[in-house]
Design a protein around this ligand. Structure first.
Ligand code: MTE
Length: 331
């Protein structure tokens, strides 16, 4: 973004197994003696770049395996984007604007202890700590397409359960028409200060109540069967596969039930470009990006091109939410 600008298979088995195993083997190799020896050797001959390549990548907290069940809501059997790309090509502006910045800078995000406040139009405000959220419902492996407004896409095996499961525990009042998500922000943890902090942060996103209750809306704790790496929004985020990625707020500390459409970060920055709904829509461009097609990250360039699908291909499930709305106006 610009500042101006087959259903019952666990995720690790949907990944072409050979690719997944190659990745795991490589990771193990880099962390063990061979890696250490190579680093020592490189240091001895002064090859700084080599030490960099061999340094363990930042997957803070990410190696914690999660106990998961398969989900009938896995929505695509397409080839998964590699764990390496999913965790090193990120947007998490609190930690920098380059795609590689979050993996480098988000290590200091304090993900334990962590709690999520439930506030606003609810019978009684309350707080869930992350361990109680992790235990609230069985964690499902769900493979979704992930489409950024910058016209790139991935296929990611997330871990979580429908946000509706949590909302059902929150007793929202009838006046709760929207749900707002507020991300963690601490000026002292943030590594990037190129933006006026008082304007941009904390990151805020929102949904209409029926969107929030839709079964595809995923309260997400992990990916590739492990806890979320910090750069992907640890320890808890939302994922909305039919909307542009910026709707999927990371590192959530508060879920607020509100009567009126809440303010949202990118809409505040440029309302004519980034609408509140932000449903993937090939017919509405987002200057400077045409939304007619997308680039699938991680594939050879001659295989990357994809024609973008309305609602990112989730129309059968979600189009009814927008019946009667002019989607050119409510973009
Ligand atoms: N959440 C917060 N708090 N801060 C951000 O900068 N970026 C959004 C979204 N959630 C963002 C955020 C954007 S633009 C995208 S495309 C997705 O996170 C990227 O998620 P990923 O890095 O896990 O692919």
């Amino acid at each position: 973004m610009l500042i101006r600008k087959p259903n019952d298979i666990p995720s690790s088995e949907i990944t072409p197994r050979s690719a997944y195993e190659r990745f795991m083997a490589r990771r193990k190799f880099l962390r063990t003696a061979a890696g250490a020896a190579a680093v020592a050797g490189a240091a001895a001959v002064g090859l700084d770049g080599v030490t960099d390549i061999l340094a363990p990548r930042t997957h803070a907290h990410a190696q914690t395996k999660l106990k998961t069940v398969s989900s009938p809501l896995t929505t695509t059997g397409e080839q998964l984007t590699s764990l390496e790309d999913v965790t090193h090509y990120n947007n998490f502006y609190e930690f920098g604007i380059d795609k590689s910045d979050p993996a480098k800078n988000a290590g200091g995000l304090p993900t334990r202890p962590w709690s999520v406040k439930i506030t606003g139009k609810v019978k009684a405000e309350k707080t869930f700590d992350i361990d109680s959220l992790l235990k609230l419902r069985p964690l499902e492996d769900r493979v979704y397409r992930h489409r950024c407004v910058e016209a790139w896409s991935m296929v990611i095996p997330w871990v979580g359960y429908s946000l509706s499961e949590l909302i059902n525990q929150c007793d929202p009042l009838p006046s709760a028409k929207y749900v707002q998500f507020i991300s963690y922000y601490d000026r002292h943890v943030e590594k990037w200060s190129g933006q006026d902090a008082t304007i941009f942060w904390p990151y805020s996103e929102g949904l209409r109540m029926d969107e929030a209750m839709h079964p595809l809306t995923l309260l997400t704790f992990g990916l590739y069967g492990e806890m979320l790496p910090n750069q992907n929004g640890a320890p808890v985020r939302v994922v909305l596969p039919w909307k542009y990625g910026y709707k999927s707020a990371k590192s959530i500390v508060e879920i607020r039930f509100v009567e009126k459409q809440p303010h949202t970060t990118w809409n505040d920055q440029a309302p004519s470009a980034y609408g509140f709904y932000s449903n993937v829509n090939p017919d509405v461009d987002t200057v400077p990006w045409s939304q007619k097609s997308e680039r699938r990250i991680g594939l050879p360039f001659w295989q990357q091109h994809r024609t973008t699908l309305m609602f990112n291909g989730y129309g059968d499930q979600v189009a009814s939410l927008y019946k009667g709305m002019d989607l050119r106006k409510y973009y």
